[in-house]
Design a protein around this ligand. Structure first.
Ligand SMILES: *[C@@H]1O[C@H](CO)[C@@H](O)[C@H](O)[C@H]1NC(C)=O
Ligand SMILES: *[C@@H]1O[C@H](CO)[C@@H](O)[C@H](O)[C@H]1NC(C)=O
Ligand SMILES: *[C@@H]1O[C@H](CO)[C@@H](O)[C@H](O)[C@H]1NC(C)=O
Ligand SMILES: *[C@@H]1O[C@H](CO)[C@@H](O)[C@H](O)[C@H]1NC(C)=O
Length: 371
């Protein structure tokens, strides 16, 4: 906490002036470069970063300065209550971040693999708030995908185990590693889609537990160990919901958390609050990161508590939001979670609302990868 306070202090010093620019990094620019270097030093300590040589250090320092300036710009553009700033990803370029943490862009249309449920009635009586984290033992702890681009497998596993817990009161964690090792449709740690994970579960007739088949963070190519372990959860099929956010909320409140796929661009800079982007600040068509949607609510109006960083004026009306569970560790965001504005397809959240339907299947149906 004190470390964060220090960072805010240094950042405030840095940003109080004309803003950051590359000239700050030149050797003879007076006392300011020291301040930036101090902030960077604290970042390195907080997130345990070291760089192989001085040239690499200088390059990362430049990226860091650029990212803090970018965060400041996003802070000013955001229409919600989001705060952007230093994150565990502040020394990565946008391209590196996209390559390390996204999956490939989702196709414009997914085929008819997922049953489309007639779901309009779920939008009829939606509670004002819903947060599955408040129900004991339903949501498991925040995962960290690390160097494996498997947000899609983690989101699908989280969806399956959460629904299995709600349905059966058996508090198992299912194996993400099985989804990676046995995946024949996606690309394991190089990316995939949630439906690839569901196809694997259907093909394997269930999923082993995380305890038996633990996460390694890399895939063992063609070493699917599914037959070795006892299955602990099953799905009957998977289904795509309507893109109406009211319907999604109704479904979520009744059935439990579902997966969504979003444009993750702004998350590199996100610290806390509700992100309210526009199609130009976060393109809803470019979705490439899958996460678990665990609830929704409304942020009360009233003055936003001022931080040293927020000079920008913020709306005072109440802001409806979604609560999402990410897979980048608990150090990121709101203890691993984040919130997006609800009701305007923010960052493409309503594009692919997909969920498994858990149950022991009646009989094994043939599966194949989407063409
Ligand atoms: C910090 O990173 C180094 C490698 O860069 C690693 O060996 C060490 O275990 C890390 N320490 C912590 C506390 O994570
Ligand atoms: C994911 O999308 C973001 C925003 O459009 C982009 O910056 C990033 O490169 C993309 N990542 C991949 C792996 O396509
Ligand atoms: C939703 O997005 C549209 C298009 O950007 C915009 O015109 C509208 O004001 C937004 N509505 C809300 C409630 O934010
Ligand atoms: C289903 O599993 C079999 C092995 O049991 C494998 O050969 C096949 O590729 C899998 N198909 C899919 C679509 O995962």
């Amino acid at each position: 906490m004190t470390l964060t306070a220090h960072l805010f202090y240094f950042l405030a010093l840095l940003l109080a002036g004309q803003g950051l620019s590359d000239s700050l990094l030149t050797k003879d620019a007076g006392p300011r470069p020291l301040e930036l270097k101090e902030v960077f030093k604290l970042f390195q300590i907080q997130f345990n970063r070291s760089y192989s040589n001085p040239a690499e250090y200088t390059r990362r320092l430049g990226i860091f300065a650029h990212n803090l300036a970018q965060a400041q710009r996003l802070q000013e553009e955001d229409l919600g209550t989001a705060e952007f700033g230093q994150t565990p990803f502040s020394d990565l370029t946008e391209e590196e971040f996209g390559q390390l943490y996204g999956h490939q862009r989702a196709p414009e249309r997914i085929l008819n693999m997922a049953k489309k449920v007639k779901s309009e009635r779920w939008g009829e009586s939606v509670p004002p708030t819903c947060d599955w984290r408040k129900v004991k033992n339903i949501i498991s702890s925040i995962k960290n995908q690390g160097n494996c681009r498997c947000c899609w497998a983690i989101a699908a596993a989280d969806n399956i185990q959460t629904l299995w817990r709600i349905k059966t009161q058996q508090f198992v964690d299912v194996s993400v590693q099985e989804l990676l090792d046995c995946d024949r449709c996606g690309n394991g740690c190089n990316g995939g889609f949630v439906w690839d994970a569901y196809i694997t579960v259907l093909n394997n007739s269930g999923l082993a537990s995380e305890e038996d088949y633990p996460f390694q963070g890399h895939q063992k190519p063609h070493r699917c160990l599914a037959d070795k372990y006892r299955k602990v959860a099953w799905i009957q099929d998977f289904t795509m919901l309507s893109s109406n956010e009211q319907v999604i909320a109704g479904y979520l409140a009744i059935h439990g958390p579902i997966t969504v796929t979003i444009n993750m661009k702004l998350l590199q800079y996100y610290q806390k609050g509700v992100i309210k982007a526009t199609p130009s600040t976060c393109d809803p068509h470019l979705v490439n990161h899958s996460v678990l949607l665990v609830g929704f609510g409304k942020e009360k109006g009233g003055m936003q508590t001022g931080t040293l960083l927020s000079h920008s004026r913020k709306p005072r009306r109440s802001t409806p939001y979604w609560i999402l569970k990410n897979s980048w560790g608990a150090e990121w965001g709101e203890k691993g979670y984040f919130r997006l504005y609800r009701g305007n397809n923010t960052c493409g959240i309503a594009k692919y609302p997909i969920t498994a339907r858990v149950d022991r299947p009646v009989k094994k149906a043939p599966v194949s990868c989407p063409p």
